[in-house]
Design a protein around this ligand. Structure first.
Ligand code: NAD
Length: 257
């Protein structure tokens, strides 16, 4: 077990990719805080982990609410005695609406997908600093990298809110890594490609899947569980000299670096 003795806060842990992180982290020996707005589902994840012999609590927290995230971090510290890992996974993804180009929607997306990640990182910072270290894993997306599509005439500039938020998160990962490295706090990101969570099944039409799979050198899209090993690696001491990095996990579609 690679995460024995560690405590992980996993935001957006109630479903999809976040749930896969929660279950794998618990199986690797970590105590897990399942943080989400979906109370029933988060509770069910924590109960499933406990039934398998692991340790988990479900906490209702809006990641954009500073006071609530601080309260959440205090609660985790009291319950498990440390905060070693934060996976900033919660995002507006399920609710993503690429047709909504309003400034209000852009603000809302950046509030949850970018500012929310900063707010959560700030909430765990004092504990990680006092402990002498920790690992923060920001969940970005390959949507951060603009598609090389033919020029598309438009009535106006599109905000591409989701890609913008994830691109900002990659920048923020590097800045946080620089600022916190001397405290032993590492900050890295994972940029998943198309992953067949419930959210993706709702927003990506069936007919588009064959093309998406064929565009990947490894010939497939991902399942939520396919991302968990990379998160375990970034959380564990195996990656102790890695910080400020974004690992693309997408079956080879984007070959950055
Ligand atoms: N599924 C994909 O293809 C894919 C690809 C690249 C990146 N990602 C990223 O992976 C992460 C998980 O994706 P998913 O497919 O499991 O999405 P999802 O929509 O199923 O899960 C997101 C979770 O975040 C929670 N959440 C949303 N706003 C919140 C808030 N303000 N406070 C607390 N919790 C909140 C939701 O309740 C939900 O449980 C997201 O960051 C997403 O952007 C997903």
């Amino acid at each position: 077990m690679k995460l024995q003795g560690k405590t992980a806060i996993i935001t957006g842990g109630a479903q999809g990719i976040g749930r896969a992180y929660c279950e794998r982290f618990a199986a690797e020996g970590a105590a897990v805080a399942v943080v989400d707005l979906r109370d029933e589902q988060a509770k069910e994840v924590a109960e499933t982990i406990a039934a398998a012999g692991g340790r988990a609590i479900a906490l209702h927290t809006d990641i954009t609410d500073e006071a609530a995230t601080q309260e959440m971090a205090n609660r985790v510290q009291q319950e498990f005695g440390s905060i070693d890992v934060l996976i900033n996974n919660a995002a507006l993804y399920y609710d993503q609406d690429i047709l909504d180009q309003s400034v209000e929607y852009l603000r809302k997306t950046l509030e949850v997908n970018l500012i929310g990640q900063l707010v959560c990182a700030r909430a765990v910072f004092p504990t990680m600093k006092a402990q002498g270290g920790g690992s923060i894993i920001n969940i970005a997306s390959t949507a951060a990298y603009p598609l090389p599509l033919p020029a598309m005439p438009s009535e106006n500039f599109n905000s591409n809110a989701y890609g913008l938020s994830k691109s900002g998160l990659i920048y923020m990962t590097k800045m946080m890594a620089r600022q916190a490295g001397s405290l032993g706090i590492r900050v890295n990101a994972i940029a998943p490609g198309v992953t067949m969570s419930e959210a993706t099944k709702k927003i990506v039409p069936e007919f588009a899947l064959t093309g998406l799979k064929e565009s990947a050198p490894l010939g497939t899209t991902l399942e939520p569980e396919d991302l968990a090993g990379t998160a375990v690696y970034l959380a564990s001491d195996d990656s102790r000299l890695m910080t400020g990095q974004t690992l693309v996990v997408d079956a080879g579609v984007w070959m950055n670096g």
